[in-house]
Write a protein that binds this ligand. Sequence first.
Ligand code: MIG
Length: 716
Amino acid sequence: MKVYKIGDNILKYRFGTPFPTDAVVKAGEGIEKDSIDYFQIEEKEELKLLYKMAPKDIVFGLGENQRGINKRGGKYISFCSDDPNHTPGKRSLYGAHNFIIIDGMENFGVFIDHPGKVVFDIGFNHKDYLEITIENKNFDLYIIEGNSPREIVSSFLNIIGEGYVPPKWAFGYQQSRWSYPDAEKVEEIADKFIENNIPCDAIYLDIDYMEDYKNFTVSEERFPNFKEFVEKMKDKGFRLIPIIDAGVKIEDGYEIHEEGVEKGYFCVDSEGEPFVAAVWPGKVHFPDFLNRESRLWFGKKYGKLIDCGIEGFWNDMNEPAIFYTNRGIEQAIEEAKNAEGKNLNIDSFFGLKDEFRNISNNIEDYKSFYHNIEGKLVNHYDVHNLYGYNMTRSADEGFKKISPNKRFLLISRSSYIGMHRHSGIWTGDNHSWWEHILLNIKMMPSLNMCGFLYSGADTGGFSDDANGELAVRWTQFSIFTPLFRNHSAKGTRHQEPFAFDEESNSIMKEAIKLRYGLIPYIYSEYMKAIINKDIYFAPISFEYNDEYSRRVEDQLLVGDSLMISPIYEENSRGRYIWLPEDMLLWKAKDYSERKYEIVEKGHRYLDIDIDEIPIFIRKNKVLVLGKHANTVDDIDNEELVVIAFAEDKASYTYYDDDGRSLDYRDGIYSKIIIEIEKREDDYQINVENHGNKDIKRLKLEIVDREGKVTKKTINI
Ligand code: MIG
């Protein structure tokens, strides 16, 4: 074991010879040390790290996973999986996010940088023990110390590098469905948004836009004159976001297939031949994204669609998902033949059924192909969790070659720590279930701790049918998620904001308009989080360390000023809330109508009608609101409403930039610093403008401890 010091509070323990994952961007200096802090080590066939948790310890993290914000009580397996049923017992979803924080008797973070299987048993086997099992003994263990979870997260974000920033329009509402099958349908959907005056910035193209599911092709029949169509839709205010799948169809004459075979850009089987699996297009090869040249080659292919005016993509099936291989099919058929005519007992009957069920995403298949890493073959199974990450990295590297200073929208289904530098993620195939609104709420802060700030769930739910109320309540939560996308599966009920009864439609519309009003705040908080290595969604205990706050799982902090308490139960007209301090409540309905009330610290029951979105402004904090428009580009930025809950003083730093380039990385952005201080019965306001050329007026609404509202307009 070698030990490295990375900064003041981080140690890296290196076991064996780890595969370079590129998760961490900071190298350290070697130091002399021969024991590991905090953990006991058990070395058998696998390596086990053991930690005895104190009763009050909370364990945060693990990004995309089941269960609570506090991960205690569960067992989680990092092995990226295409699992469309996110039921509570599932241990693996699409991502592998091996970062946890222990907050209690001792405070530290742990990151296991290992691209193979890692098991986190957090008090499942034995309620007091955290056991981390790493199958392969070559890995890096990072231990990060800090005084608070927020400090630890921040140190972690600091070593994994600066997060992805999408174009500003990607903070607008986005509509998706599997599929809007042709240009006619896409345009019809766009026109419905226009007719109904509902803001929307993007419409997604799912697999049916392609010709026979071939990446980087567009069906001539369903989308004739694609380039003109993309332009026409952009003129109407909608960007089109095509999907790209990991598998490349095997077909003579298909350029990507032929080039890939010729140049050796695909993963190979044990004979050295391109590995064959079947996904949407039928038989496919998998690009070897772990290989630098393959990555560059594939990344540049996005240019084909970029040339047509496309500015955003979603990368799917990149765990990679495998429907079947010949091996799997043959084995199952063999078992079926053996069973033929036999009197099957319960075990052999279910065994036979499982044979067929287990054809997809089978471990044997993952063990039967290889990556070429600088001339050395590496078995896929050992580096499985890096595949989606590197597909998405390939896209981002391609974009940077094609248009170095332009921001693209990019989301990936599968991910590993470090991929947040290249893209955001959507959380995959959830269901139109109330339970999945709650899962969405709990997952957001965990994803943020792992760097994935630009994320969101399929609003309204992917599988199964949503009713109007569910679509409404989900939308009312998703207006706060940086990625705000409504998506649904083939064969399910339509769930666009005009697909339900009149009341539900109109509530969804108002919620989406409110989202656009919130964009100045959301964008400002998002960007400050990126630049300061901070998070956007946090558990309330990150700011309030009382014993109640530490247990709250269904209220979140959004940026520095807000707390939200979404409704996630059917037929609900209110809910219990824990207020760790007095807060200002705005039950938002229509964003231009603002009524405030002070809610005092304590346990409260709050009535929340179907059309209300409770937004709490924390003490001495500020919410900024803009005007809504039907697209982000059309937002009129002249006036900013500044809502302050000022017990004695409140301040806010409003961030903005051009929204489309990467210039913010060179410090090219504007700030308006607003300071409000209570004086006898008036307020002293101090405004400093550092380079914002859009905003001409601040309309202040300052609410004091008694609920008295003072309005002021300041020209800047
Ligand atoms: O096997 O492209 O998660 O969003 O609509 C399903 C079809 C493949 C899974 C994605 C989903 C997408 C769907 N895809």
